[in-house]
Design a protein around this ligand. Sequence first.
Ligand SMILES: [Mg+2]
Ligand SMILES: [Zn+2]
Length: 215
Amino acid sequence: MVTVATSRGAIFLDRDGVININRADHVKCWSEFEFLPGALDSIRRLTETGLPIFVVTNQAIVNRKLITTEALDDIHKQMIAEINKAGGQITKVYHCPHDTHEKCTCRKPEPGMLLQAAKEFDIDLAESFFIGDAWSDVEAGLTAGARSILVMTGRGPQFVANVLLEYTVRVGAACDLEDAVTLVLSALQGDYIYATPRLRRSFHMALHPQEFLVL
Ligand SMILES: [Mg+2]
Ligand SMILES: [Zn+2]
């Protein structure tokens, strides 16, 4: 019997500010790589969906000569080893080494890395999710045709107004990766929510601190 391969969705994760703590001075070696609380367990839960997971990261520090490609690959090898130990899997890490002025097609918000993964692994981007902490992540996901989720870890709080202003049905928001997992899981069950209950509660408490009642 011949089975026709059908393409499937995937989960794309930005790295800094989503998986690990975003450092203003960049992650230049493994000792500077610090997993965010709950990130490892979240990747395990995403792995359990059966969808392949890709890490998609802008690393202009390569072409700015702050890190070698070998050192960056080494960080990713160690990151994947820790993720595997926790029961998670990463299919591939894509990085863009270019700086803004180089005008490449892979540096987010350009969707190049997602398109590359789609080609290499037969991914249906319309069925995919991109979780990131910067508006350039959201844009890259949308341009590629995926659903984007902005998390409030890392640089996320800077971009929360964009979510409200440029509201589209394919942008969601969550507190962190763990919270984004609940959004992905409910979307996979056909129920797409735009802001997780946890995020709604935090917004509500920030706006109405005097109230005992929360949403
Ligand atoms: Mg980031
Ligand atoms: Zn690039």
